[in-house]
Design a protein around this ligand. Structure first.
Ligand code: HEM
Length: 242
């Protein structure tokens, strides 16, 4: 049997139709349906230029940032099974994670290195977007969403820094929040709200923890979804137009 008639018969069979809901993608209609009916392909527009698919156009920096965020959520949830956000127990539980919990050291390092890498990748992604002029119309809105994502990513990094409650964490956050406190008008109340008082203590630890494990990841998840949806609605990457 010729290959084309075999593929036609397979693509018209009941199970194939219930899984894929389109024929064999050897014509423009079925190729379009392949894109629109698949949850992963659906992230792309039906038609993209060859140039935008080239690795060297975006270096996949946005995708890498999103993958690192996924790694951070996964390893963060694992760390939450052991970490206790109290000034008496935070440091001992970190040591417990490192030295007694199976794969604890590995999980903690994955979390820490992915956080550093995500900050770096997001900045490089932003530089790539700027370099390729992809912030221009109609993508200004997505650029602004991106700027907020950068701030949230830095916020997640900053709030996570306090959690080990070691000397480095304590003094870094003391210095960081003192600097913020010097900003005119909004500085002192912002510092007070962030610390839940006038110095780095239990209130600050619980506030940083809540921001770090709930508020910021939730906002990043929502905004990354909006960001990707906008890339799709703006017709894929800007390479399609240049
Ligand atoms: C959590 C941080 C971020 C994630 C996960 C993310 C994710 C992505 C992804 C997956 C894409 C598709 C293309 C690619 O992989 O390069 C993209 C495109 C884009 N991103 Fe981001 N992004 C983030 C932060 C930013 C920042 C900081 C900016 C700029 C301030 C930005 C602006 C844009 C724009 C304008 C596009 C469209 C690019 C084009 O059409 O060529 N993003 N982003």
């Amino acid at each position: 049997m010729a290959l084309s008639s075999l593929t036609t018969r397979i693509s018209q069979s009941g199970p194939w139709r219930s899984f894929f809901r389109h024929g064999w993608p050897d014509n423009p209609l079925d190729r379009s349906l392949t894109m629109t009916s698949n949850i992963f392909f659906h992230l792309h527009p039906v038609k993209v230029s060859r140039r935008s698919l080239r690795w060297s156009y975006s270096f996949g920096l946005g995708v890498i940032s999103a993958i690192l965020f996924g790694v951070l959520i996964w390893t963060g949830v694992l760390l939450m099974f052991y970490y206790v956000p109290s000034v008496e127990r935070a440091y001992p539980t970190m040591k417990e994670i490192q030295f007694s919990v199976p794969l604890g050291q590995f999980t903690r390092n994955m979390h820490r290195w992915s956080a550093h890498a995500m900050v770096l990748m997001v900045i490089l992604h932003m530089a790539r977007v700027f370099y390729t002029g992809a912030y221009k119309p109609p993508r200004e809105f997505n650029w602004i969403v991106g700027v907020v994502l950068l701030l949230l990513t830095l916020g997640a990094s900053f709030t996570g820094y306090l959690l080990p409650w070691d000397q480095l964490a304590y003094w870094a956050i003391t210095v960081g929040t003192n600097i913020a406190g010097y900003a005119p008008v909004a500085g002192p109340p912002a510092r007070e709200i962030l610390l839940g008082g006038s110095e780095v203590g239990q209130n600050a630890l619980i506030r940083f923890y809540t921001l770090h494990i709930a508020v910021l990841p939730l906002l990043i998840t929502l905004l990354v979804s909006l960001h990707l949806w906008r890339v799709r609605k703006d017709g894929g990457l800007a390479a399609n137009e240049t």
